[in-house]
Structure formats: structure tokens, C-alpha cells
Design a protein around this ligand. Sequence first.
Ligand code: NAG
Ligand code: NAG
Ligand code: NAG
Ligand code: NAG
Ligand code: NAG
Length: 431
Amino acid sequence: MAARALYSAHRALNLFLFIVLASFLFNIAFISAKSTIEPCSNADSCNALLGYTLYTDLKVSEVASLFQVDPISILTANAIDVSYPDVENHILPSKLFIKIPISCSCVDGIRKSVSTRYKTRPSDTLLSIADTIYAGLVSSDQIREANSISDPSVLDVGQTLVVPLPCTCFNGTDNSLPAIYLSYVVQLEDTLTGIAFRYSTTITDLMNVNAMGNPSIKAGDILAVPLPACASKFPRYSSDFGLIVPNGSYAITASHCVQCSCGPGNRNLYCMPAPFAVSCSSMQCRNSNLMLGNYTAQQSSAGCNVTSCSYGGFVNGTLLTTLSSNLQPRCPGPQQFPPLKAPPTTVIRDSNFAPVPAPQSDGTGSPAPRSGLIPSSIGSLPGLPPASGPVGTGFSSPSSSSSSSLANPLGSILAALMLFIVAYFLTSFSL
Ligand SMILES: *[C@@H]1O[C@H](CO)[C@@H](O)[C@H](O)[C@H]1NC(C)=O
Ligand SMILES: *[C@@H]1O[C@H](CO)[C@@H](O)[C@H](O)[C@H]1NC(C)=O
Ligand SMILES: *[C@@H]1O[C@H](CO)[C@@H](O)[C@H](O)[C@H]1NC(C)=O
Ligand SMILES: *[C@@H]1O[C@H](CO)[C@@H](O)[C@H](O)[C@H]1NC(C)=O
Ligand SMILES: *[C@@H]1O[C@H](CO)[C@@H](O)[C@H](O)[C@H]1NC(C)=O
């Protein structure tokens, strides 16, 4: 009798301990999301993108001030027509997914973006700032740490907080081809297959880049998604050194004087005067009558002699231009531009979990590309021919990714520990 009672008491205690431990570990191991971390050692920064889902209707300028970036840069990164009337005050709908271009630095040995500041408003909490306003791109703990907040329940209204945001550079390449990295917050309905499909990459590539042991992801994880891009070759001393533009989009540089585009046919960055270029220094190549982006082609028996005037970086308020000639097998056709979208007013659901044969780079598109950024009659082309051809995105070999990321080792250890405890109790109950 006594032995039996003792046994039941022991069992009850075991069960109690199990529940306490399990719920504790569950919280740590499964609530904390994974995020890809890139160690770094130099002071160089790179261009990167944040995938941001609007928590409410916001003007373009409001989104821009949330991240302290130029509103024009948000529009061009999303291939939205900037010539639309009063486009900065256009209201973007709640739940719209957009890409925010940011500068990715190296801070304390880790890649992150630290230029964003947020001024607190009444009724803000660290949790609402992290989860709602910045849509899961940052956690409340990260904001707390970055600002040395000892008591998170006390937030002064009007306090300015540093909002550290995730980003990666990975040397601006993916499988040795130019790439820019998008920090993507995994949504409840996402699968790795769906994300790979949506961004025209492969599961293998995503797993390599993010150093994942298996393809499982969960809501709140932050993945680094490589996007094929066109890289610039501006000199190190130019202020737009390292400019890299994702396929299908634009960037504005040189104090709004120059616009550069990437795609659709090749990975050559193509730069020309921006449509709203106002007080800009000369856009003409020296010793020629060609403007930035212009070219002349002369067919000869040896091939096509193409002379082009291209943009070479912004130095001390001056646009660098390069006039170059080269002989190509064929004369180039007209320059192709990524299609522009009107500023979105509604959210079109992404088809990212219903793979269909025709790949579409971005489901947020709305029809009717207007000719805003792009003068409709353009007889211009940069130096290189489309002969190099479109290069596929990521038919990756498993060994070729240069990532050395690390995905929440604490979580994995705790998960393993929890599994062990479950196993332990299962065996002890079967006695
Ligand atoms: C980084 O990329 C450049 C070309 O963009 C390449 O020459 C260099 O070898 C790369 N470095 C590493 C460490 O992969
Ligand atoms: C760039 O995007 C276009 C269409 O948006 C696509 O056809 C092309 O294959 C892409 N290029 C690369 C290098 O991914
Ligand atoms: C190509 O044309 C440019 C100017 O028209 C000329 O200076 C250059 O010598 C030509 N190159 C060849 C290889 O014919
Ligand atoms: C830019 O201007 C500063 C001073 O105005 C000068 O010291 C520097 O050498 C210039 N840089 C280049 C690349 O010309
Ligand atoms: C040169 O470029 C300018 C600006 O992009 C364009 O307006 C003009 O038509 C081009 N001229 C030629 C001859 O291609």
C-alpha cells in the first residue's frame, strides 16, 4: 500500500515537472524565431532589401520615414512609376508587401542595418513596435538590447529608439553571380518551396544561403533570399560605390540625377539621366555628343563597333562618365526596361503557394505600366551586348554558396533537450 502511494506521488511529481519543463522549453525553443546571421569583419556596407508588409494604410512618404530612407528609392526598388502625380503622398494599402532598400553595415561582427530610428507614440509597446509597426523584422528583445532599456514597461512618449534590422551581404553574390539579399519574414502560410518559387530560386540555394539543416520554416523566421541583380563597377571613392540593383527594378543615384535599371534580358546595369533630373552636372561624355546611356553603332566587316557613354559613379558632386568603344559580333537591339507599375491601391494576393508554370517575379503587380521613368523613345544602350544572355538564377550546386550563417543554435539545443525529456518520460511511464 505505502509503496503504491509513494509510486503514485512520484508519478504525479514526475508529470508535474514534465509539464513545467516542457512548457518552459517550448516557449524558448519554439516561440523564438530563427534568423540568418552573417558574421563580418570589415567596415564595408552593402545594399540590401527588407521585405516589409504594411500594418496599416500608409503614404509612401510615411513608409519612407519609418525606415529613414528616400521615398523615391522605395518606389524605384518596387518598379513603381515615380512620375505618377503626387506619388510620395500616394496611400499604399494595408497588408501590401514591398521591398525597402537599406544599407547593410557591419556592427559588432554581425551584418545589420542600424540607421533606423523610431520615435515612440502613445500606446506603443516594444512588442507592438516590433511585431506590428516593423512587421516582425525586429523582435522586442532586440529593440530592448539595442537601446539598453531595463524596464520595457516604461516607454516615454517621443523617445527615440534605435531599430536594428536584419540584413546580409554575402559579398553581393550568389553562386558567383551578382545578387542582393532580401530579408524575408516567413508568414504562417509560407513553405520553402513557395518562397523559392516566388523569388525564382531553388530550395537548395535557400537552404545553403541560410545554412539550414532541413527545409522546415515557421512563421516569424527571417530568411535571407538572394535576388539576381546587376552590379556596378564604380570606383571605391565614389559615393555610390557598390550600387547593386535587383533584376526587374530601378535605383536612383547621384543626387536624383541618374537612374539605373536591371533586366529583364541581362545582368548589365544600365544607367541614364533620371526623368526628374533638375540641377545636375553635365550628363554628356567628354569629347563626344553622347549623353549618359546613349550609344552609336556602326556595322563593319569586322562586326558592330559600338561606342557608348556610360555612368561611372558620383564623386564630389560630379557625375563620372566613360566613353568606350568595343567591337561586337552583332549590333545591339533597343534597350529593354523592366516594366513599371502604377502605385498599388489594392493588395493582390500572391500566388506563392500555388506554383503555376509561368513564373511571375512578384505577385503584387498591378497592370498598366506607364511610361514614367522611361522616355518612350529611347535609342540608347550601354556598352555591353545582350550576347552574354540571360543567366538562370539558382541552379545551385550544394557546395557553392559562400554563406556561413548560423540559425539560432540555442533553439535547436533546447529543442533536442526537450525531445530527450519527452523520451525519458515516455519510458519512465511505461514502467
Ligand atoms: C567577392 O566578390 C568578388 C566579385 O564581386 C570576387 O572577386 C571575390 O572573390 C569575392 N570574395 C569572396 C570572399 O567570395
Ligand atoms: C529577370 O526578370 C525577368 C522577368 O521579370 C526574367 O525573365 C529574367 O529571367 C530575370 N533574369 C534573371 C537573371 O533572373
Ligand atoms: C569604333 O568607333 C569609334 C568612334 O566612332 C572609333 O574611335 C574607333 O576607332 C572604332 N573602333 C573600331 C575597332 O573600329
Ligand atoms: C573630393 O573633394 C575633396 C575636397 O573637396 C578632396 O580632398 C578629395 O580628394 C576629392 N575626391 C576626389 C575623389 O576627387
Ligand atoms: C541620348 O540620351 C538622351 C537621354 O536619355 C535621350 O533623350 C536621347 O534621345 C538620346 N539620344 C540618342 C541619339 O540616342
